[in-house]
Ligand binder design. Structure first.
Ligand code: NAD
Length: 319
């Protein structure tokens, strides 16, 4: 039987990596709906057009009428990646975050409620849990939500809407919360692509505050494999934390990339800290490991080599 899935935000970083993964590792037919904001890169999706299991529809998930054009068929599942995703932009203007991350999620939940899709996976983030002290244990799925910036608040709001639709209407909904991703096809406004492309071009590398903020990094392909397991084996109403178990300070990341590229440390420039900057994130992924058999398989160093190579080739091709 043909099964169709609706991937939202599939021209973005993780969505496009997920579609690439699913075209190779599954038989699903994939509809990619994306409004192609500044963060969406249509070029990322061009290779998918070769597959007869793929189609692209341009629409805004926050506009119910516009979105209705994707429902010319029923979906086995919606996987909701579409989001405004950059914390700094949310500090400048939170409205687009409320539109896409909250209102857009609500529209997709309505689609499940009215039978247009059988189930939905909400792609969320560790940022909904807030910040950890250096000696605190990693976040678990029942850690209280304590978002500290408009981006994470909009994602936490969406998670609560998903929870409420599960509790109220008993819909088959799951939430995944992942730590910081890195890998090919990420926008260069984000930390690791910015460090790599600036270093390749001998441009100063800005680093917030003392550079000692800690993130738990995961290679994007490992995240995509985790979402695939949740699609196949995830239990409705559950939340699954996904992390790479690779906690690193921002300075450690820059050091590693500069060494990898053979560049000098004097490219680093400390700048004023981000407002409300969370100090540390760390994920406990033991639930998804023990219940769904997933674990990350690409180490940070291996992932950085692949990522560096992808950006190096892209810089070369763009002349
Ligand atoms: P991204 O910014 O690279 O991509 C977002 C995509 O969504 C873009 O293609 C954009 O055009 C599209 N989009 C934005 N608004 C839209 C709208 N209203 N309608 C339709 N499409 C719209 O983001 P990403 O890094 O790939 O993140 C994907 C998801 O994963 C997000 O929900 C994010 O919160 C979550 N997440 C990201 C990370 C990370 O490290 N990048 C970690 C954990 C969770």
């Amino acid at each position: 039987m043909e099964r169709h899935i609706l991937v939202t935000g599939g021209a973005g970083f993780i969505g496009s990596n997920f579609i690439a993964h699913m075209l190779i590792n599954s038989n699903y037919f994939i509809t990619n709906v994306d409004s192609l904001t500044y963060a969406g890169n249509f070029e990322n999706t061009i290779p998918f057009e070769k597959s007869n299991r793929y189609r692209f529809i341009k629409a805004d998930i926050g506009q119910k009428d516009e979105l209705s054009k994707v429902y010319d068929q029923k979906y086995y599942a919606i996987i909701n990646f579409a989001a405004e995703s950059h914390v700094d932009r949310s500090i400048e203007d939170a409205l687009p975050f409320i539109h896409t991350n909250i209102y857009g999620t609500y529209n997709l939940l309505q689609a499940v409620l009215t039978g247009k899709a059988q189930k939905m996976i909400q792609i969320s983030t560790d940022e909904v849990y807030g910040s950890l002290e250096p000696d605190e244990s990693p976040f678990i799925e029942t850690t209280s939500l304590a978002p500290n910036n408009p981006y994470s608040a909009s994602k936490a709001s969406a998670d609560l809407l998903v929870r409420s639709f599960f509790k109220t209407y008993q819909l088959p909904l799951t939430i995944t919360r992942c730590s910081n991703n890195f890998g090919p096809m990420q926008h260069t406004e984000k930390f690791i692509p910015k460090v790599i492309t600036n270093a390749l071009n001998n441009i100063e590398i800005p680093i917030y505050g003392d550079g000692l903020n800690i993130r738990d990094w995961i290679y994007v392909e490992d995240h995509c494999r985790a979402i695939h397991s949740v699609l196949e084996k995830g239990v409705s109403g559950e939340v699954y934390n996904i992390g790479g178990s690779e906690e690193k300070t921002n300075l450690e990341i820059i050091d590693c990339i500069l060494k990898e590229l053979g560049k000098d440390k004097n490219l680093i420039k400390h700048v004023a800290d981000r407002k409300g900057h969370d100090r540390r994130y760390s994920m406990d992924s033991s639930k998804i490991s023990s219940e769904l058999g997933w674990k990350p398989i690409i180490s940070f160093n291996e992932g950085i080599k692949k990522t560096k190579e992808w950006y190096r080739q892209r810089e070369q091709n763009s002349g």
